[in-house]
Design a protein. Structure first.
Length: 289
């Protein structure tokens, strides 16, 4: 009887493991091997072993450091913005009132909106001859000429960070809403009897009670910030002169535009190491706190 149960278990396990091995494990191993070769898409039959030269090339590549800097800037803009606004919206919509469910749906809509559609809309709004420049220049006459929102790196990253905030607030709101429902109402009632105001309740009851949720959200948003691709690819495509590149767009550029798969493979593993180190640091800091 136990042998039959064991055989049935393997029948359920093997298909999933085969899928994992074929489509995840095997590509990871091959990608790691390719990172040590001069392997180009235009010459697939003749890869040349080069050792760690691809990794050295990445570390000495100025665009790599620009892409890393841009990811940090994007994270500094988008992560606190999403967490702060998401918490405010969640706290406001946690109250019972008329139309609360409708507002919850409205705030969540950007989350399920396609990144492609949202990116193209933002590009249309912020382009030189776009909707925003039309409003501030031709309608309100606040400026003499259009503002180059997407042509200057700092402004372009601010626009893309704003898109990340707009897309992510609804997700943060849902997670915080679930956490707020687990905070005992007795604590708020006791605080009210002691004369505590709204800010005191948030500071001494709400925030400590949902600390683990805040840590989870922070980690997920930071990892998500490092994986930004679609918005930058569609809005600026890494321009001008690679000044808005991030690691994924630069990886895509090297692999599918310049066909340098060896360099792209090395870049992908350095990217994975950076994320792993960042996650480990976060775990350590959160344990100490």
């Amino acid at each position: 009887m136990r042998k039959k149960e064991g055989a049935a278990g393997y029948l359920f396990f093997i298909p999933g493991f085969m899928f994992f091995a074929l489509f995840i494990l095997y590509p990871l191993i091959r990608n790691f091997i390719y990172s040590f070769y001069d392997f180009r898409l235009t010459d697939l039959g003749n890869p040349v072993y080069t050792g760690f030269s691809n990794y050295k090339h990445v570390l000495y590549d100025s665009t790599f450091w620009i892409s890393l800097r841009n990811i940090i800037i994007y994270g500094v803009i988008s992560v606190p913005g999403q967490m702060f606004l998401g918490f405010l919206v969640a706290y406001a919509l946690h109250q019972n009132g008329f139309g609360i469910k409708l507002f919850r749906v409205l705030y969540f809509l950007p989350v399920i909106t396609s990144w492609v559609v949202a990116s193209l809309i933002f590009k249309f709004v912020f382009m030189d001859q776009g909707f925003l420049n039309y409003i501030i220049t031709d309608v309100l006459h606040l400026t003499k000429g259009p503002i180059s929102w997407l042509s200057e790196p700092n402004k372009a990253l601010l626009v893309i960070g704003s898109l990340g905030i707009w897309k992510g607030v609804g997700w943060v709101m849902v997670i915080y809403l679930a956490a707020l429902q687990g905070v005992p109402k007795d604590l708020y009632e006791a605080a009210s009897l002691d004369g505590a105001g709204t800010w005191d309740k948030i500071r001494f009851i709400t925030l400590p009670s949902i600390r683990s949720t805040t840590i989870f959200i922070q980690m997920m948003l930071i990892i998500g910030a490092f994986n930004v691709f679609t918005s930058i690819f569609l809005i600026t495509n890494g321009g001008p002169l690679h000044q808005t590149e991030v690691m994924l767009t630069w990886m895509y550029q090297k692999a599918f535009t310049e066909y340098d798969l060896g360099y792209a493979s090395a870049l992908s593993y350095l990217f994975a190491i950076i994320i792993a180190c960042l996650t480990a640091v976060q775990f350590r800091l959160n344990r100490q706190n």
